[in-house]
Ligand binder design. Sequence first.
Ligand SMILES: C[S@@+](CC[C@H](N)C(=O)[O-])C[C@H]1O[C@@H](n2cnc3c(N)ncnc32)[C@H](O)[C@@H]1O
Length: 253
Amino acid sequence: MMGFVHFCFAIAGFSAIWLLVSYLKKQVIETEDGSPSLLFHSQEDQQLMHSYKGAFSETEYIYGMAIEEVKDLETLHILSVGLGFAYSELSAVCHLWEHKDYQITSYESEKDLVEALLAYLNQQPSIYQDQYEKIFSIYSEHFKIPLEKIRQRLKDLLASGRWKILGAFSFQTSPNPYNAILFDPFCARFHQQAWQMSQLLPWLENNAARICIFSTYAAKGELKRGLKNLGFRYEKRPGFAYKRESTFAIKGR
Ligand SMILES: C[S@@+](CC[C@H](N)C(=O)[O-])C[C@H]1O[C@@H](n2cnc3c(N)ncnc32)[C@H](O)[C@@H]1O
């Protein structure tokens, strides 16, 4: 009997430590424009999901402007690589508020982030309740759309299948013609595979629709040359905050 009690205590202790460790893996940070982000810790490194100068401001600068470039298309398919706190998705939905026919495909490898967002949308307890409350309020104020309408729009998109949230992204996903590729994985130090040009460029060739914008916070010579070879017009654009350059490339117009 005592052996069993010890065993239960050991399991409980182990679970508590595991919960603590997984909790410490991600730390909420308030960025300088007041919008929240997450700092991911790995054993030897750490990576913030957004610029510490502003998660909302950076998203609007890098991805909001990309959506503006193609929002006149009658039908529109947006890809978001790295759901994170869903800034890119909120940006898309708000920029496309009057648009009648668009779909979004999001990829996120961290299940807890997806679960937290779905819980918030369904008004259930969410581990990032306060952060979502803040993020949705920022979008609501900026775009002058009531928060509840934004929440409902996201729920409707999910229910109708026009917004799909999938797991880990890889270049082996079945091809889709995307009109806007919001490429927001972690940097190469943290997510090396996402930035391998030998994979990214062939993938782009198969997944960029005739009219397509590709936008990301980073800039690399090889990416720039590759995009040009694929028929994209590369617009030289300063990066957000202290970054020298970002990538904003459009094809078909
Ligand atoms: C820079 S953050 C994205 C921020 C996000 N766009 C937002 O609006 O908050 C990168 C995200 O990619 C996710 N991620 C990492 N590897 C991934 C993979 N293979 N597939 C999909 N998502 C991945 C991380 O968990 C993280 O949430």
